[in-house]
Design a protein around this ligand. Structure first.
Ligand code: OGA
Ligand code: MN
Length: 287
């Protein structure tokens, strides 16, 4: 493999040793080591991976999420494989979703800084996002290095944060992004979860500020005070120097460590242009 750094702090491009290389032959240990160091890896491919290969590649890195965590009431999935999360702006027939469709409104919430599945007790470790169709402009994905952000925090702030626990709720980020209130069945399909605000990243031994737009409050704090602290930390952690911006090429697979980074989608004309991008998610444990 050839590794090319993409940013002074984190993120690396990984090119295969030769053209005959197949993702399922990947040297898993070497990629884990690269991920421990760089936290985001871009794997270019001359052709997009098919779903089966995408799933097989992801499975090299741990238990992968299978049943959809969320079934929006009354909606059929476009893609058959239960391991694939459809992050496109397309309906089950491949047409662009109408502007007021709940699925599109919820997908736009990915434009807030977040990390995947922090709203679940069994969190996501790696996500692998594969680009099938990209729009002519916009829709880059941004990543923030939450180890570097933690290291740069003033000492007094570190002490304030160190022992805090926070609540993460999927619905909190959907609604603050302008999406509709969930119905009761939807709400129950994704109850909130609590996690430490600061943890030690297993692979690198470095401390991480584990933030996400899913955070609804600090446990034991008045709601306003908790949200003010989270807003201040968010602004700090997403300053330019901590951010790598990925401009997609069709075929790219981007893999990131959700326990060391945040990410966000950026806008594009999602009512005019299709964007077909698909995700698999590796989790801390089999559920
Ligand atoms: C995701 C995600 C961002 C994007 O797939 O988890 O947040 O740019 N995607 O599609
Ligand atoms: Mn995401």
């Amino acid at each position: 493999m050839h590794l090319t750094p993409l940013h002074p702090l984190f993120a690396v491009r990984i090119d295969p040793p030769d053209l005959a290389w197949r993702p399922t032959d990947a040297p898993t240990a070497a990629i884990h080591a690269a991920m421990d160091e760089h936290a985001v890896a871009v794997f270019p491919n001359t052709r997009p991976l098919d779903d089966a290969t995408h799933i097989a590649f992801s499975r090299l890195f741990g238990p992968i999420q299978r049943t959809p965590v969320l079934q929006l009431t009354g909606k059929r999935e476009r893609l058959a494989a239960p391991e694939i999360i459809d992050q496109s702006n397309l309906d089950q027939d491949g047409n662009i979703l109408p502007d007021n469709d709940k699925r599109l409104l919820y997908k736009r919430a990915n434009q807030q800084w977040h990390t995947d599945m922090s709203f679940h007790p069994v969190r996501a470790t790696y996500s692998l996002l594969s680009a099938r169709v990209i729009p002519p402009r916009g829709a880059e994905t941004e990543f923030a290095d939450m180890r570097a952000a933690w290291a740069a925090l003033p000492e007094a702030m570190k002490q304030r944060c160190e022992s805090l626990e926070v609540e993460h709720s999927y619905w909190h980020s959907r609604v603050t992004a302008g999406g509709p209130e969930p119905d009761e069945a939807e709400r129950q399909s994704r109850p909130p979860a609590r996690h430490r605000l600061v943890h030690r990243h297993f692979g690198s031994g470095r401390k991480v500020l584990y933030l996400a737009s899913h955070i609804s409050g600090v446990v034991g704090w008045p709601r306003d005070e908790g949200q003010a602290l989270i807003a201040e930390l968010m602004a700090f952690a997403t300053q330019r120097q901590f951010v790598y911006r990925h401009e997609w090429t069709v075929g790219d697979v981007v893999m990131w460590d959700n326990l060391a980074t945040m990410h966000r989608a950026t806008p594009f004309d999602d009512t005019q242009f299709p964007r077909d991008i698909r995700r698999t998610t590796v989790r801390e444990a089999e559920v």
